[in-house]
Design a protein around this ligand. Structure first.
Ligand code: ZN
Ligand code: FE
Length: 255
């Protein structure tokens, strides 16, 4: 049976996500920015929280964990993290592990760069990627703890997933990302199409997520740092993709 996925806003611009297995009734929250909207979404659906799948230690992704765990006695799954910044963890997980939510299977990819502990969850059967703050629609996370080659390598891992997988990311940043991406690739047809779509969705106060990975590969400049045209547009023709990626990220930081 196919998983049911719900998304809803949390905090200022985070997404809350529930993924539900109708066969067993198991329900996971991917990250827990804050408890109240997650509890509300669970009650609206009549679901009980069985698992929390944490992607990284930032407060806007774990702030609701303690309250949710108290209320539902759910299992908390989190990345290996030597500094143990995430509390209340039941299971530590890393690259290549498979985490079960009822009968649903989430494959874990280590995607460091935004933080060193960042992991992403891939539900292959449901063609769903939860990439939190590694990959945004038309953007990527800031590189806080890692370095540019490390983050670029993480983006390559996500880019290797099939085109028909849906991207569920950590934040509603798409409009600002589109604005920046157009400064680098003003003639990218896929990006221009996405820009029009994002303008329409935001005008209707609708989320820009999920989006298809195949579309991101065509329109997201941060996944395109190894395209000669992108390197040329930042005058870095003979440099490595990781260097071009770093330049794009620096420019976005200042934008
Ligand atoms: Zn973060
Ligand atoms: Fe975040």
């Amino acid at each position: 049976m196919a998983a049911e996925i719900r998304l809803f806003p949390c905090l200022t611009d985070n997404f809350g996500y529930l993924i539900h297995d109708p066969a067993t009734g198991a329900t996971a929250s991917v990250d827990a920015p804050e408890a109240a909207p997650i509890i509300k979404a669970l009650e609206r659906e009549g679901w009980t929280l069985t698992d929390i799948l944490i992607t990284h230690h930032h407060h806007d992704h774990v702030g609701g964990v303690a309250e949710l765990k108290r209320k539902y006695k759910c299992r908390v799954v989190a990345p290996h993290d030597k500094s143990a910044k995430i509390a209340d963890v039941d299971l530590r997980t890393g690259q290549g592990d498979v985490v079960k939510v009822g009968n649903l299977m989430a494959r874990v990819l280590e995607t460091p760069g935004h933080t060193l502990d960042h992991i992403s969850y891939v539900f292959d059967a449901d063609k769903a990627l939860f990439a939190a703050d590694t990959l945004f629609s038309i953007g990527c996370g800031r590189v806080f703890e890692g370095n540019y080659p490390l983050m670029w390598n993480s983006l390559l891992k996500l880019r290797a997933l099939p085109d028909d997988f849906k991207l569920y990311c950590g934040h509603e940043y798409t409009a600002a990302n589109v604005k920046f991406a157009l400064t680098i690739e003003p003639d990218n047809a896929a990006l221009k199409a996405r820009a029009a779509e994002v303008t329409r969705l935001r005008a209707e106060n609708k989320p820009t997520i999920p989006t298809l990975l195949g579309e991101e590969k065509k329109a997201n400049v941060f996944l395109r740092a190894d395209q000669p045209s992108v390197a040329a547009s930042v005058r870095m023709k003979d440099r490595s993709a990781a260097d071009v990626f770093g330049e794009l990220r620096e420019r976005k930081n200042k934008s």
